[in-house]
Design a protein around this ligand. Sequence first.
Ligand code: NAD
Length: 261
Amino acid sequence: MSVKDKVAVITGSTSGIGLGIAQGLAERGARVVLNSYSDKDEDHAIASEIAAKTSAQARYIQADMSDAEACRVLIEKAAEAFGSVDILVNNAGIQFVSKIEDFPTARWDAIIAINLSSAFHTTAAALPLMRRAGWGRMVNISSAHGLSASPFKSAYVAAKHGVIGLTKVVALETAEEPITCNAVCPGYVLTPLVEDQIPEQMKARNMDRETVIREVMLERQPSREFATVEQLGGTVAFLCSDDAAQITGTAISVDGGWTAT
Ligand code: NAD
């Protein structure tokens, strides 16, 4: 079985990795639901562009992933629109870089809510639909920071480690069903989320932009190359395929060797 005609919800998918995953699944014939917290014409236009490029059905549904109820409503609306939710990709994520003693409480709470708790709420809402359909795939976008730490990223590292823990529990609770749940752990991918960290890292480490990219970001990535959103789209599509039916509860690294060191 392929992803053709499956309904895929990808949270936080108006830019970067989420958009790459939506594009990758749509190219392979899935019907995709894109999501972010805003409700602008541009958001809806992104879904229309994917539909036009791939001839797959695509729709944008606004939902703020920091709000538990909104996470569940996103799944309900996706099922109303397309009749089911077969694939759930928990991708929405934000970052903030600061020493622990200066880390604002509101930033900690927002990162835990968006990067970790949203995956719990969407999973809880989607799982009954997958069970009813007798098939399901969940992919949680964690990070190399779900497997190892860096200074100044306390909330992000805690949330991404938590995502891998949640992934393992969901995998065990669905192990005897045709449903899988895995985490994907990208290294650095040059998306807006990473661009935005560069000034923060420059300040925290007193370095210029090129030095942050070379010595802080790609220093951890032995390939010395950013991973791409297309590669992440392909990895998620593989995890949704029949070949991956026995892959569940794992954390797949797409990090140029980062976590091998
Ligand atoms: P990005 O900033 O390009 O995209 C994040 C997406 O999430 C955007 O569409 C944004 O609108 C959406 N989003 C933010 N807050 C939201 C909210 N409250 N509700 C709904 N949507 C919201 O970031 P990205 O680099 O593509 O990151 C995507 C995921 O990949 C994140 O979970 C991130 O932690 C993870 N990741 C990224 C990298 C990297 O190097 N870029 C590495 C490892 C993991």
